[in-house]
Design a protein around this ligand. Sequence first.
Ligand code: MOS
Length: 746
Amino acid sequence: MEMTAPAARNAIDDNRQGLIGKPIDRVEGRLKVMGQAPYAHEVQEGGRAVYGFIVEATIAKGRIAAIDTMAAERQPGVLMVMTHKNAPKQGPWGPIDAKDRYGRASPQLGDDRVRYYGEAVAFVVAQSFEQARSASRLIAIRYEAEAGDYAMAPNLAKAITPEGKGDQKADSAVGNFEDSFGSSPVQIDSRYTTPMHIHAQMEPHATVAYWKNGRVHIHCASQLLKSAQQAVAATLQIAPDKVRIVSRYIGGGFGGKLPIYGDVMLSAMAARELDRPVKTALTRQQMFHFTTHRSETIQRVRLGATADGKLNAIGHETWSHSARFDNFFETASQQTRTLYAAPDRLTTHRSVALDLPIADSTRAPGEAVGMLALEQAMDELAVKLKLDPIELRIRNEPAMDPEKQIPYSSRQLIACMQEGAKRFGWAQRNAEPAKKIEGRWWVGMGMAAAIRSNLLQGSTCKVMLDKQGVLTVRMAMTDIGTGSYTVFTQIAAEMLGIPTERVRMELGDSDFPQTPGSGGSWGAASAGSGLFDACAQLREKLARKLGIEVVQATFAEGRISGNGRSDRIGALAGTLGLDATGEIKPGDMASKFSQQAYGAHFAEVAVDMDTGEVHLRRMLGVFAAGRILNEKTARSQAVGAMIWGVGSALFEEGVIDARYGSFANGDLANYHVPAHADIPAIEAVFLPEVDDKTNPLKIKGVGELGICGAGAAVANAVFNACGVRIREFPLTLDKVLAGLDGAMKA
Ligand code: MOS
């Protein structure tokens, strides 16, 4: 089916069994706690594996002048040492303008160039991991290093306008921003910075690769199986159908597993040469350089308003970095194009090429950091206007999308803010900073809006019903920890009128029908709609077998009934079983309606008067994200994202050592993330919403919404607590103290 019109009423709306929305436990939860849901590295398949270890460059730019592998090769257990001198020929990098960014060729050890610190310069394969790692230390490399650029600020003059497409075009302008801003009686002109962020998934990247009959089977951690298949095919220069990618269980993605990395390519090449399975895992430290990160950003937000808080002008100009050989940019002002009304508007994206590892998508690319700036600027404007920040946002609620000039599919921003205010006790907040004191703590509250674009991608699915009435579902879809297995099981069971135990959900194999995978918060909507369509086809087939029209049919308790007839669906499937395939195509609903999920964040913090330490006390997110498929997995997505928002506000910061172009804090001891004690009380609530413009399930994506704006609510609470406005994230105590000193002197 294609989304060329709003979705009609259907079995998901009827929800006869009440499975849709139900907070059931993860269907694979038992396997996970029993150790029976293996991540890629734990898979044992294709024979006894040998172990690969990646040797990383210790310069950020230059070339390998000499490399001596003799000593390593003589070590016990060593089977192979691969370098640029003996690596198989591979496809050239890119192309950078590929339609599928994550399906590009990424040759390893292709030449003597080093493009970033931590790039692979050798690969050792041995009988054991320890042997491979130990031997790797004996490889002698002489580099010819060149000077590189590792910081954005000194290179802003060299920034370029990146090539953007569609909603992600680099610039947008409506009216005359400069004049309108310049003549506004109330103005905010603020500059914000956000540092690099690291995905730091629980499961580090790993690969098991083996060849059978000229086809490579690869178990790895991939959010996008189809792209991974393309990337391997393009790199190894073989046909895509000679590549099978399997990612059955994945321990977190966050965008870091949209691409695949050298562990996959090197394992696949070594497995071909050695004719046995090769297994390679990245160490936590290697993850920092060898995989992608979120770019740092510099952002200028200008808001021009009337004295009663109507925005005349919104300007949001942003800069992010990209690896020199790549074309990524962080779409940090994208949400500013749609969030608030204002007649005159300007948004820009500029990109600075640096000699750093590849910057790429990280949970809510664009919005996650863009909202840290925009939503603080809105708070600054509210302070200047002496207006409640919620009231300021209500006064600037657009009637339709202010840049696209099309209606919203649904938009409950105001409802989220008002419901949140009620639940959080916003009325108790003192608008005047530093007025609420408890012992040695200043206590304050802040809020921010949440917004995240909603997407639907083409997706396919196959369902197979057997004579026992058990439904097997197959999709080349992934569950990165979000709950895909569970929500798809609920959809299938609800559609066929069977208990969830009668559904066998088979995901994570590129041999299954294609889906767009997990990314951009589109997974549940896209793959779920393909599944919906497959189930709808199967319902029709069953109705025909029973001799009734599907509109007359009721599916319940494993039976189909209608028009005086009734039978077990398993009996109708018969000994041969009954199959159906389904497909969702996006259609034009996305160009006719502006589609976003919304929310509002509320945070209460305490700031230590002496040390400047910020403690989060409690936090609430109220979201409207279409129909909720499972209240438990959705809440867990929202809360997890909010915690990352707190991390980006208070702790997280990838620091580059300017001497070497490497991460100075490249492990989880030094890259700080929130711990349990940092997150005392956090809650997420979803408002009822059904959006028939989005997809037949009438859902929106929930994976990324929770991080958008979360950190800004914390920053705004810090200002309300102690009167210090910090525009350089994260809000560490040194910056709070400097702000307090400044306030004292003033
Ligand atoms: Mo997401 S950053 O598109 O996995």
